[in-house]
Design a protein around this ligand. Structure first.
Ligand code: SF4
Length: 742
C-alpha cells in the first residue's frame, strides 16, 4: 500500500482523494489519471475492518466529472426563462452582466432584494459555494437567505428539545453490542447513512442481533437483512410508538428507575398515553386504526423492545420529513428512555440524526462568511426552538417560492428581485416545483453557479461554470459518523474555463472594489482551516502526511455511545438541557404556545394525512425516498448510474389492479400541484394506499405542464412543520394509466 497523495507510473498517476457529494460518506477514492483525464476509480485500500467501501455512485465519478453536458464556459440565456437555452460568453461579459444587475437591484430596491440561495450540493471546508458568496455579499451590504435544511430539520428540532444536543448517535461498530435493532424509517443500503453502516449491520446480524424494519416500503435494507418487516402508513409512526408506550406502561415493562434518574416529564407523557389528558387511550387498537399495523403486532413489538436488552431503536429522517415529523423523533427518543437504552452500549438515543461528536460534518472548519448586515436588526435566534423567530429575517427553505411570489405581504422578510443560486438544485429539491417555475419567472435577474444544466440552472440569465471536486483541493467530513477526516486532493486541472466558487467570488470582489476579500492562496487557506480546527490538531500530528494519505482514521478505544457520561455519572455530567435531564416534557416547547409543538411528543393529525377529506380526491400517500443511483439530484445525467434503476413509481398490486395498471405501464401521478409522467413499478414491496417516487429526477415540464422528468417535488407540499421540518412526505396524490408513453 503506497500512501502518497499522487503516485506516478507509466500509465498515468493515482491520486488519493474523495468526492464532496452531499451523501453520507466522503469515502476515500483512488483516481487513476492520465493527462487531464480520470480513467478509472478505485476505492479505499485499507485492510479490514477499517476499509470504507465505495458505493456505486463514486464508482461512476469519472462519468460525472467528464460528462459532455457539463458547463465548461460562462453562458447567457438566449431563450425564454426556464427553457434552458444558453450561449457561450466570456468571463468578462458574465461578470459585467452580474455586477450591472447586482448594482441596479441594490440601488433600486436595496440589499434585501438580493436572494442568496445556497445548499449542500458539495460539502467541504474551503470550496463550499455558499460560504464564498455570502462572504462577498456580506461585504457588499447584505442579502436575504433561507433557514433550515431539507433533510433533517425535524430531527434537529427533536434532538435539541429532548437532549439539548444533535450528537445523539453511536459509532456504527456499537451495533455489535445490540441484541435487537429496529430500523424505523431507515434504509441505509440506499442512503448511505455512514459509509460502513451496512457492513456493521451485517456483522451485528451474524452476531445474533434480530433486525426489524418498520416502513411503508420493504426497502433494500429490509429485503437484505430484516427478520421482520412491519408496514406502516406514512405519518402514523408516532401513533404506533405511543401505543408501544401504552403497552409498556400498562404491563409495567418500562424502566421507571431510569426515567426517575435521567428524565423529566414522563408523567405528563404517561397521562397522554393513558388518555388522562384527552380521554383517548393510546392503545394498540387505537394505533392500529391509524397506522395499519395490527394491534397484536404493536403489542408484541412493544414487549420485545422493552425486554430485549440492549436494543437499538434507529429512527431516521425520512418519516421526519413530514407535517409533524419532529414528533416521530421525539417519541422514538422517549421510547429509548423508557427502555433504559440511552447511553448504553448496544442501545440508542433515537433523535434521528445518528451523529457522533468526532469527525462530524457539523464540526468542519470553513472560511468565515462574516455577518449579514440585513440580519443585524433581527432577533437573537441562538438556541431558540421557536421557528417563528428564525423566519423573521430569513425564509424557511421550503417556502422559498412563496416568499418570491408573496414578499412582505405574505409575511416574508423582503421583496426579492434577483437570485444568486449555487450548490443546490432547489427547483427540483424543495416542495412544489411548479410554483418554483412561476416564482423564478417573476424575478428580474438570476445567476446560477453550476456544473450541469440542472432544473434550477435552466432558469438562469447567467451561468458561472464551477469546478468539480476533482479540480480543487479541500477537506471534507462525513455526515453523521466516521470517525475519520478526508482530503480532496486535486486530480486534474479545471476543465474548460471552470473556476471554483471562491475564485468567482474573489474576482467579483475585485471588480466591485471590495478590498481584502481573499487575502490567501488556496494552500494558505487550507493550512489556516486545519490549524484553526481543534479536532484536526488534536488527532493529527503530521499535516503533510494527512494531505498525502487523503484520510485520517481516528482510533477509538471503545465505540462512541451518545450520552454515556451522562448515564454513568449524572451528577457531574448533566444533559445540555435546561433541566440537565432528558426532557420528555419540554418547558421550552410548552412556552412556545404553539399547538404544532406540544410540550410532550404526540401523534397529531395534519393536512394531507390519510384522514384528510382531500384523500377522497387524491387517495394515495406519496413517499419520496433517497435514490440509490444519485445523491439527491446530483449524478442524474451519469449514464452508468441511469442504467442501475429505471425511474418508476412504486405502487402496490392492489392499487394498481383497481386502476387497471400493469407493471411497466405508462402512468401519470397527479394532485392539485402538478402531474408527473413515468412508468409504474407494480410491487408488493409497498403498502397499499402508498406510492413512492425517488427524489432527484430532474423537473422537465412539457407544453401542457406535465413533468416528463417526473420530479417527485412536482407533487409535494411547500410548507413546514412546527419544528421546521420540510413536509415532502405528507402529500396526497392519485395515479392513472395513460395511453402510449407516459
Ligand atoms: S457514500 Fe458518498 S463518498 Fe462514499 S462512495 Fe458513495 S457517493 Fe461516494
Amino acid at each position: 500500500m503506497n500512501h502518497q497523495k499522487t503516485v506516478n507510473h507509466p500509465d498515468g498517476r493515482i491520486v488519493r482523494t474523495t468526492s464532496a457529494y452531499d451523501c453520507g460518506g466522503r469515502c476515500p477514492l483512488r483516481l487513476h489519471v492520465k493527462g487531464n483525464q480520470i480513467l478509472r476509480v478505485e476505492g479505499d485500500d485499507a485492510p479490514e475492518p477499517n476499509q470504507l467501501r465505495t458505493c456505486l455512485r463514486c464508482r461512476a465519478y469519472k462519468q460525472y466529472v467528464h460528462h459532455p453536458d457539463r458547463f465548461l464556459y460562462p453562458q447567457k440565456r438566449v431563450g425564454k426563462r426556464g427553457e434552458g437555452k444558453f450561449e457561450r460568453i466570456s468571463w468578462d461579459e458574465a461578470y459585467d452582466t452580474f455586477i450591472r444587475q447586482l448594482d441596479r437591484i441594490k440601488a433600486t430596491y436595496g440589499n434585501s432584494a438580493i436572494l442568496l440561495a445556497t445548499g449542500g450540493g458539495y460539502l467541504a471546508s474551503l470550496h463550499q459555494g455558499g460560504l464564498a458568496a455570502s462572504r462577498l455579499l456580506n461585504q457588499y451590504g447584505g442579502y436575504v437567505t433561507h433557514y433550515g435544511n431539507i433533510s433533517s430539520e425535524g430531527a434537529v428540532w427533536a434532538s435539541l428539545t429532548q437532549y439539548g444536543s444533535v450528537m445523539v448517535g453511536h459509532s456504527r461498530e456499537d451495533m455489535m453490542n445490540s441484541k435487537l435493532i429496529i430500523l424505523w424509517g431507515w434504509d441505509p443500503a440506499r442512503m448511505i447513512s455512514g459509509t460502513n453502516t451496512m457492513y456493521h449491520l451485517i456483522r451485528a446480524k451474524e452476531n445474533g442481533a434480530k433486525i426489524i424494519a418498520i416502513d411503508p416500503r420493504y426497502h433494500d435494507t429490509a429485503a437484505t437483512l430484516a427478520h421482520q418487516w412491519i408496514p406502516v402508513y406514512p405519518g402514523t409512526d408516532t401513533a404506533v410508538m405511543a401505543a408501544m408506550a401504552h403497552v409498556m406502561i400498562t404491563e409495567n415493562l418500562h424502566d421507571q428507575q431510569f426515567l426517575n434518574t435521567y428524565t423529566v416529564g414522563f408523567d405528563a407523557f404517561a397521562d397522554y398515553v393513558l388518555g388522562r389528558q384527552d380521554g383517548v387511550e393510546k392503545t394498540p387498537a387505537w394505533a392500529a386504526q391509524i397506522s395499519g399495523v395490527d394491534a397484536d403486532t404493536i403489542q408484541t413489538l412493544a414487549r420485545e423492545y422493552a425486554t430485549t436488552k440492549p436494543a437499538a431503536l434507529m429512527d431516521c429522517q425520512g418519516p421526519a420529513r413530514s407535517a409533524m415529523g419532529e414528533q416521530y423523533n421525539r417519541c422514538a427518543s422517549t421510547l429509548c428512555a423508557m427502555t433504559g437504552n440511552v447511553g448504553r452500549p448496544g442501545g440508542s438515543a433515537g433523535g434521528g440524526l445518528m451523529g457522533i461528536p468526532v469527525g462530524h460534518m457539523f464540526r468542519q472548519s470553513a472560511i468565515p462568511p462574516g455577518k449579514n448586515p440585513f440580519e443585524a436588526d433581527g432577533p437573537n435566534v441562538k438556541g431558540t426552538l421557536d421557528i417563528r423567530m428564525r423566519v423573521k429575517k430569513r425564509i424557511h427553505i421550503n417556502t422559498l417560492w412563496d416568499a418570491i411570489l408573496e414578499g412582505t405581504k405574505g409575511g416574508y422578510p423582503s421583496e426579492i428581485k434577483m437570485m444568486w443560486s449555487m450548490c443546490n438544485n432547489y427547483v427540483n429539491q424543495i416542495g412544489n416545483s411548479n410554483k418554483a417555475d412561476k416564482a423564478l419567472k417573476e424575478l428580474e435577474f438570476i445567476a446560477v453557479s453550476e456544473l450541469f444544466p440542472t432544473a434550477t440552472a435552466r432558469y438562469a440569465d447567467i451561468i458561472f461554470p464551477v469546478t468539480s471536486a476533482a479540480e480543487r483541493n479541500d477537506f471534507t467530513r462525513p455526515w453523521p459518523s466516521g470517525p475519520y477526516f478526508t482530503v480532496i486532493n486535486q486530480a486534474i486541472e479545471p476543465l474548460g474555463e471552470c473556476k471554483s466558487d471562491l475564485q468567482i467570488a474573489s474576482e467579483l470582489a475585485e471588480r466591485l472594489g471590495i478590498e481584502g476579500f481573499n487575502p490567501h492562496s488556496e494552500e494558505e487557506w487550507l493550512k489556516i482551516l486545519f490549524d484553526n480546527n481543534p479536532e484536526y490538531t488534536t488527532h493529527i500530528d503530521d499535516y503533510e502526511a494527512f494531505r498525502q494519505k487523503g484520510i485520517h482514521r481516528i482510533d477509538l478505544p471503545e465505540p462512541i455511545v451518545a450520552f454515556r457520561d451522562q448515564i454513568k455519572d449524572p451528577q457531574n455530567n448533566p444533559f445540555p438541557t435546561p433541566s440537565g435531564k432528558i426532557e420528555i416534557f419540554s418547558r421550552r416547547a410548552a412556552d412556545l404556545d404553539n399547538p404544532a409543538c406540544p410540550a410532550i411528543p404526540k401523534y397529531l393529525p395534519t393536512a394531507e394525512d390519510r384522514f384528510d377529506p382531500l384523500a377522497e380526491k387524491y387517495p394515495l400517500q406519496l413517499l419520496t425516498p433517497h435514490p440509490r443511483n444519485r445523491v439527491h439530484s446530483e449524478l442524474y445525467l451519469v449514464p452508468w448510474l441511469r442504467e442501475v434503476e429505471e425511474h418508476r413509481v412504486w405502487i402496490n398490486s392492489k392499487d394498481a389492479n383497481a386502476r387497471g395498471i400493469s407493471d411497466g405501464d405508462p402512468v401519470q401521478v397527479f394532485n392539485g400541484r402538478g402531474t408527473v409522467a413515468l412508468p409504474a413499478f407494480v410491487t408488493e414491496r409497498i403498502i397499499p394506499g402508498v406510492v413512492a417516487i425517488f427524489e432527484g429526477s430532474w423537473y422537465d415540464p412539457d407544453e401542457n405542464g406535465v413533468d416528463r422528468g417526473a420530479c417527485a417535488n412536482t407533487l409535494t407540499r411547500d410548507a413546514y412543520s412546527g419544528g421546521g421540518a420540510c413536509v415532502m412526505n405528507t402529500s396526497l396524490v392519485e395515479i392513472k394509466k395513460v395511453q402510449g408513453s407516459a
